[in-house]
Design a protein. Structure first.
Lengths: 155, 418
């Protein structure tokens, strides 16, 4: 009945949705933020541990939400580990473009592999009411990096 | 139309004939026939309502209560006829007992302002329930914070019924000025025993408001039999247009309450020093009212009355019975609410799919349901479903075949996420 939805719900997404990676608290985190999607009740809490040199040593999250939002958070934590804060921001910008339009023509050189990993989520662009499910994690990442402690909202 | 109903109830209910009145039900979405199970959020509109509104704009439209010319008098008469139709619909004693607002939300805010701030004293309490829509919760929090009233929350039972023992406890100290509760939950479908609640409130010296946004669509409401002080509903859920709501308020209360909004139409005389109010209900209808919407609501009431509320109630009861017999066979499905007395609304969840994923799938099958927390965040926490649920709600055009199709789609969705 739903075979044409396999583009949105690719196996990677179902897998990360069911078994999110890095789904735990970070006891030694240096940065933290909560994200909230008040319309649908999705909630997440994100922890980052930054190295002295400003790279992200570890990222972890906990929360509740749909398969898309859980998979997006899971893939994000995997993707930003080892990245500089600047690259993490850049990935966030590019990911939002990917989620909204399905493509990212301006994707900067040097992050192709990372964007490749996030590509399974590009299917959400055909579902306007679901884009925010995919971007919540990245909004939360921004607020963890920028304004300590402020709650992120996908609205 | 005189609102006469078929005494046998369901016998004359021809759902296919009714469906033919709703143009949108013939549309397709991504190649799928529309299965509209979100009437509880807003109902679709029959041809009769659509045509009446268009005809009014084409032939009989002008501002009301203002012009001394024929067209304005015609429009005023149509607007006042709509008020009279609403009064008959709720069995209010007089047309003037009906105040037009823009929706239920505004009706409740009007009561919170004009009765809450205007008549209640700081230190008095308002009682709501755990299953209120935010529209019947937030205004009372605002009143609490701005006026110093207390807000008490009556529990519901695990079956999703109002806990009347708890209500009695909350009323016991005599400090309650208003009981404001739903007449039918927009999540669980539970119908509350309005007559009993009103009696309990009155014996404790409190007034009572019923949020009839859902109830008035599904069954006959008689504000005099209930002995309600305030009763509200919203036009768009009753197959009428958006932008119009109805507040029944007892005449003596309308007289005693100060106005809500100030402006044109609600005054008797104005000088820069002082203004005197118009007689109710005009006192509560500041500004140009929803004229076309009132005429559309009148057409919707005529439409519903011609079918008959008892027949609609019987049809929806049969649909609920069918749903409760069919859906529990879907593996992994939880249905929320087990109230004895319930209307055609229920929330559900699948064990392996989040509500939003599920509604995206159902949408692909052409089925429109609501996903999220349906403006009842505290209720969802109470149900242990804080992450949200899906909700199906029936209208007079819903069929048993649509429920079977929902069951099939749910089983298929569960396999999809397995
Ligand atoms: C029980 C209940 N109360 C109040 C409302 C608010 O109605 P409206 O948005 O038309 O004011 C709704 C519907 O949204 C409802 O279901």
């Amino acid at each position: 009945m739903f075979d044409d939805l396999r583009d949105l719900y690719q196996e990677v997404i179902l897998d990360h949705g069911r078994k999110p990676r890095n789904f735990r608290r970070l006891e030694n985190g240096t940065h933290h933020a909560r994200g909230d999607n008040p319309l649908c009740g999705d909630k997440m809490e994100l922890w980052l541990a930054l190295n002295e040199d400003g790279t992200i040593a570890d990222a972890a999250f906990q929360g509740r939400g749909c398969a898309i939002s859980m998979a997006s958070a899971s893939l994000m934590t995997e993707t930003v580990k080892g990245k500089s804060v600047a690259d993490a921001h850049k990935l966030g910008e590019q990911f939002r473009e990917l989620a909204m339009t399905g493509t990212c023509p301006h994707c900067a050189a040097g992050l192709e592999d990372e964007m490749e990993r996030l590509a399974p989520l590009s299917g959400v662009h055909e579902f306007p009411s679901r884009v925010k499910c995919a971007t919540l994690a990245w909004h939360t990442l921004n607020s963890a990096l920028d304004n300590q402690g402020k709650e992120a909202s996908s609205e | 139309m005189d609102g006469a109903v078929n005494p046998r109830g369901e016998a004359d209910f021809d759902v296919e004939r009714i469906r033919a009145d709703f143009p949108i039900l013939a549309t397709e979405h991504r190649g799928k026939k529309l299965v509209f199970l979100d009437s509880g959020a807003s109902a679709q509109k029959p041809r009769q309502v659509i045509d009446t509104m268009i005809r009014t704009m084409e032939t009989a439209y002008a501002n009301v209560h203002r012009g001394a010319y024929h067209l304005s008098e015609t429009a005023t008469a149509a607007y006042e006829a709509a008020r009279a139709a609403c009064a008959r619909f709720l069995n209010a004693p007089r047309p003037e007992d009906i105040i037009f607002t823009s929706n239920s939300t505004m009706a409740i805010n009007l009561v919170a302002h004009s009765y809450g701030r205007g008549i209640m004293k700081p230190g008095q309490a308002v009682v709501i329930s755990e299953m209120e829509h935010h529209a019947n919760l937030v205004p009372w929090q605002m009143l609490r914070d701005g006026h110093g009233t207390e807000l008490r929350v009556c529990r519901i039972t695990d079956a999703g019924e109002l806990d009347l023992n708890h209500l009695a406890e909350l009323l016991a100290d005599g400090k309650v000025g208003l009981v404001a509760v739903t007449h039918m939950s927009n999540v669980l479908g539970s119908v509350t025993p309005a007559t009993l609640i009103a009696r309990m409130a009155h014996e404790a010296g409190a007034k009572v408001l019923f949020d009839g946004s859902q109830a008035a669509v599904h069954r006959r409401v008689d504000v005099q039999a209930i002995d309600a002080d305030f009763y509200c509903f919203t036009g768009h859920k009753l197959y009428g247009p958006t932008g119009i709501g109805v507040l029944y308020a007892r005449a003596a209360l309308q007289k005693a309450m100060p106005p809500f909004l100030g402006g044109g139409d609600m005054i008797a005389s104005v000088t820069f020093e002082r203004t005197t109010w118009a007689e109710p209900p005009a006192k509560f209808e500041a500004g140009t009212p929803p004229i076309i919407e009132a005429v559309g609501l009148h057409a919707a009431i005529d439409y519903v009355e011609a079918i008959g509320l008892p027949a609609i109630e019987a049809h929806e009861r049969a649909l609920v019975d069918h749903a409760m017999a069919t859906l529990p066979h879907v593996e992994g499905l939880t249905i929320y609410g087990k109230a004895q007395d319930r209307g055609g609304v229920f929330a559900f969840a699948l064990d392996n799919a989040h509500a939003h994923d599920l509604s995206t799938l159902l949408d692909r099958a052409g089925i429109a349901v609501r996903a999220g927390r349906h403006c009842t965040e505290p209720l969802h926490e109470r149900l242990g479903a804080g992450a949200g649920t899906c909700r199906a709600s029936f209208g007079l055009y819903t069929t048993k075949a649509e429920i079977d199709y929902l069951a099939e789609a749910l089983a298929s969705a569960r396999r999809f996420f397995a």
